[in-house]
Design a protein around this ligand. Structure first.
Ligand code: DLL
Length: 435
């Protein structure tokens, strides 16, 4: 049924016992090996012996990205470097990158988590997998490579970029599975259309997409354009990379590998726990890692958790599709706005392409949101009158649903830069001190 029935379908009570044992081990381990945690535990007045239940995780202090940056590169590493067999890193658009060291055992566990992801997406040993995630310091390429290899698939490590070659190889090698970011999947779909290659008629059956926010509407769009099932992967460098949570055939929330990662949702303002099914910031404790275990890491990702009997038989808790990141939230005329809300409304409009950018500017004291979206070719070419009509339609749709006024700019098809990895969708032009 699952890749690892024992752990993926384990009864909740039994899993809790397992989690408690691993949590206690981890807390004792980081307390003895990492000075920052020792200091934080001391300040919070907590000792490893205070952890008597899984819920006691809430007594532990949080870890944030700046902790990792301050400890760059290996201050958060709990083993001597001789035991580290791999280091990944996140690109870190601002400041220093975050490093992710792994012991051989950590790599093994990561591979297991990724094999679960592939298997749940319906991928099996006889599949040919085109892996178009960037291979290198980014965790996507190698993480997917390991998971697919574990299942026994034929892995094709194309890495990201050289889109025409991706399409040729996809045809020549008869790939059944494509792994990349959702925005790159769209780029590939579009280039194939330009080259008059029908991806729908190729053997491609499944995509495993992740590493950036994307709405359910975007998923439907990719499924339709490529004629595939678009499945999902979620994860972050700080915890291993992809393999933290994954889609099953129900495509209705991502199962979290709870035997490895304890999930909580907190209110990002008060840091108080938020009940199941309510939105807040996702916090993880990695309870099986050796080189870089994480205690209550604040991901900045906004989502909710849900416990339910899933049709797939897995008992692993589910997280909803990521709604956005706390640091991507915009405040427009006093309303909190996440780019995903705009994306889903834009995709309701049939006259536009799923290619957009959000520009944030200051107009006097107010923040102004300008949405640039590509019109479909026939709409754009039909002239200014038609373009204004569609701009008006989108403005009204957004106002009607979110109550905010945004400026819509219908731009020429193919004028917005295409993504090969994580798409850059929000361009904040406000002076840094006014954001
Ligand atoms: O993006 C790991 C990954 C690679 C995940 C390949 C999935 C597939 P980072 O570069 O450290 O790691 O970025 C982590 O990306 O905190 C989220 O904000 C975002 N993210 C990752 N997966 C998803 C997803 C990799 N499925 C950050 N949906 C995370 C929405 C995602 N956001």
């Amino acid at each position: 049924m699952a890749w690892n029935d024992e752990f993926e379908c384990m009864p909740e009570e039994k899993r809790k016992q397992f989690q408690l044992e691993k949590l206690r081990e981890t807390v004792a381990w980081v307390n003895s090996m990492i000075p920052l945690y020792k200091k934080k535990f001391k300040e919070a007045g907590i000792t490893p012996e205070d952890i008597a239940s899984v819920e006691d995780v809430a007594k532990l202090p949080f870890t944030v990205k700046t902790d990792l940056r301050d400890e760059y590169p290996f201050g958060m590493c709990a083993v001597p470097l001789q035991e580290v067999v791999r280091v990944h890193a996140s690109s870190g658009t601002t400041g220093k990158p975050v490093t992710g060291p792994y012991t051989a055992e950590d790599l093994e566990q990561w591979t297991e988590c990724m094999a679960r992801n592939f298997y749940a997406a319906g991928v099996r040993a006889d599949d040919v997998v085109q892996n178009a995630y960037g291979h290198g310091l980014f965790t996507g390429g190698l993480g997917f490579h390991q998971g697919g290899s574990r299942i026994g698939c034929t892995m094709v490590p194309t890495s990201a970029g050289l889109t025409e070659r991706q399409i040729t190889l996809m045809q020549d090698f008869k790939a059944n599975v494509l792994c990349c970011t959702p925005s790159y999947a769209l780029t590939i779909a579009e280039r194939a259309e330009e080259l008059k290659v029908s991806i729908r008629d190729l053997p491609l059956r499944v995509g495993i997409f992740g590493a950036e926010p994307w709405t359910a509407q975007m998923r439907d769009e990719i499924e339709e354009r490529m004629g595939i099932k678009a499945m999902e992967a979620y994860g972050l460098t700080e915890l291993c990379g992809p393999g933290v949570a994954f889609d099953c055939e129900a495509q209705d929330g991502l199962h979290i590998n709870e035997d490895h990662f304890l999930a909580e949702i907190v209110d990002p303002a008060t840091l108080e726990p938020v009940p199941l099914e309510e939105k807040g910031e996702l916090v993880f404790t990695a309870i099986q890692r050796r080189a870089m275990p994480m205690i209550r890491y604040r991901t900045k990702d906004i989502t909710s958790l849900r416990r339910e009997k899933c049709a797939c038989g897995r008992t692993l808790i589910k997280m909803a599709k990521v709604f956005g990141r706390t640091d991507d939230m915009l405040i427009i005329s006093g309303v909190n706005v996440f780019p995903s809300q705009i994306e889903s409304l834009l995709l309701d409009i049939e006259e536009v392409e799923p290619q957009y950018r959000l520009l944030v500017r200051k107009k006097g004291y107010l923040d102004q949101l300008i949405v640039e979206v590509e019109g479909k070719k026939e709409i754009y070419d039909a002239g200014e009158g038609r373009r204004h009509e569609i701009e008006g339609k989108i403005t009204a749709h957004i106002k009607g649903n979110m109550g905010i006024s945004v400026e819509i700019n219908l731009v020429e098809p193919k004028s917005i830069a295409r993504s090969e990895g994580k798409a850059l969708r929000v361009i904040d032009e406000r002076p840094k001190q006014l954001r």
